[in-house]
Design a protein around this ligand. Sequence first.
Ligand SMILES: [Zn+2]
Length: 117
Amino acid sequence: MEEEEYIKKHFFGLVYAWHITQYQWLRNNYWKAEELHIREGILGKLDIESVVTSGEYTKEEIDDLILLTPIELEKELFNRLMEKHYDKIVLNKCPRCDKLARTPFAKQCKYCRYDWH
Ligand SMILES: [Zn+2]
């Protein structure tokens, strides 16, 4: 469980989790075009097109994803991350106690205080 949280926290960007969840939230809360327009005027346009041009998703895939509940969506994004980007996920573990460090680049253990600088 801790491992899953760590992976989400540090690697969810690989599947554009923030973009997709923001997009879903916008679609659910500002479904009327004029409202969305006003909201974009205040907070800036969410650049979902850049997610499509990245090649990670097709527009159709994104449209399907945002129909899920937020909990299902998070699960789906996590599964996708583990399937498609497993090779990029680095579990930074303490060489002494083998527990997860705070970040992928940390060089000190938050449990046993071991320092591997
Ligand atoms: Zn340790």
